[in-house]
Write a protein that binds this ligand. Structure first.
Ligand SMILES: Cc1cc2nc3c(=O)[nH]c(=O)nc-3n(C[C@H](O)[C@H](O)[C@H](O)COP(=O)(O)O)c2cc1C
Length: 314
């Protein structure tokens, strides 16, 4: 069976620097979703969002931009903007769980507002020819909320709906709710992609057994914890390449230098890399000790020495 792997966007992690290095060293991902574009009350795109999706920064990748909004004007503005850059598709985020976002009726907080979802889709459908895809949780308070949205979505030519099988209230806690995900499959005519907690080849195989109709799988955190995962899934193997650590270290050095050149001052780069190591450390035999070592390194020199030591000792 054919299998398509998508990189689920992670704000603060999977920007174009990460994506390019990832593609170069690991591969296995068919399409990358860029982290969401959010307008802050003004119809203007921030420079960092722009850089992230500029075609010249994404020459070797297939990228789909994403928006988070509950406003039709904003959607149309960003749709027009990404079309000017040459994109044909805009992904709509109805998944973000963070209270600051959800309480404003965006992300997973928009799922309950079926009227607004319909209004936005209606205008987008009438006023632009952008292809719309969606990324949703199953609700904010409970996983049946999405079932009230499906009849509306059925009226529009949505390309696909990627579903993270959690509700907003959960944030990232608890497990994915696969029974509710099954209900989603039973209640829509649209193409569904699966997202949530794919962290190993075995886990993906279990999911494939449970949901044989799904052939698009979206991986978020699992791709940072184990960057070899997508290519191993694609090659149908649980074996890592022999030079696993060498590849990982080269990848690390590439993103470290790229972020160091871009972020000014010692603290931002330290925080950036610390964020990555929260996930990277899971690829090492003692994740806690590994992360602690990075956390303890107070400056760039110590950080670089700590990284070398971690790779050497593994
Ligand atoms: C730090 C962080 C940032 C995220 N940023 C985005 C985002 O910009 N857009 C989005 O649709 N999802 C975002 N997500 C959600 C992930 O894309 C994904 O749906 C979620 O982590 C579940 O998939 P996973 O278990 O494979 O990570 C984010 C998640 C995390 C942890």
């Amino acid at each position: 069976m054919s299998l398509t792997l998508l990189s689920s966007p992670l704000q603060g992690f999977t920007d174009y620097r990460f994506r390019n290095a990832f593609q170069h060293y690991f591969g296995g991902i068919d399409t990358f979703y860029s982290p969401y574009i959010k307008l802050n009350g003004k119809l203007a795109i921030k420079g960092s969002y722009e850089r992230d999706i500029l075609p010249e920064n994404n020459t070797t990748l297939e990228v789909i931009p994403q928006i988070i909004t509950n406003d039709a004007e904003e959607f149309l503005f960003v749709a027009n903007y990404v079309q000017q850059l040459g994109y044909k598709e805009l992904n709509w985020n109805l998944g973000c769980p963070y209270p600051m976002v959800a309480k404003c009726g965006m992300g997973s907080g928009l799922i309950r507002n079926t009227t607004q979802i319909e209004h936005i889709l209606q205008r987008v459908h009438e006023e632009t020819n952008i292809i719309v895809s969606m990324k949703m949780r199953m609700g904010y308070e409970n996983p049946t909320e999405i079932l009230d949205v499906f009849p509306i979505l059925d009226h529009f030519p949505i390309k696909n709906i990627a579903i993270h099988a959690r509700i907003g209230k959960q944030l990232y806690k608890g497990g994915v709710d696969l029974d509710s995900f099954q209900k989603c499959l039973d209640h829509t005519k649209h193409k569904i992609y699966y997202n949530g907690d794919i962290t190993s080849v075995e886990k993906l195989r279990m999911m494939q057994d449970r949901f044989p109709s799904i052939d698009h799988w979206m991986i978020g955190r699992g791709l940072i914890s184990d960057p070899f995962l997508p290519s191993m899934i694609k090659n149908n193997t649980t074996e890592y390449p022999k030079n696993r650590l060498e590849i990982f270290e080269s990848f690390h050095d590439t993103i470290y230098h790229d972020y160091d050149a871009y972020l000014s001052g010692p603290t931002p780069i330290r925080m950036k890399m610390l964020g990555f190591w929260e996930y990277f450390s899971e690829s090492f035999s003692n994740p806690q000790k590994t992360f602690k070592k990075i956390k303890k390194a107070g400056n760039s020199k110590n950080y670089e020495a700590a990284v070398k030591e971690i790779f050497r000792n593994e």
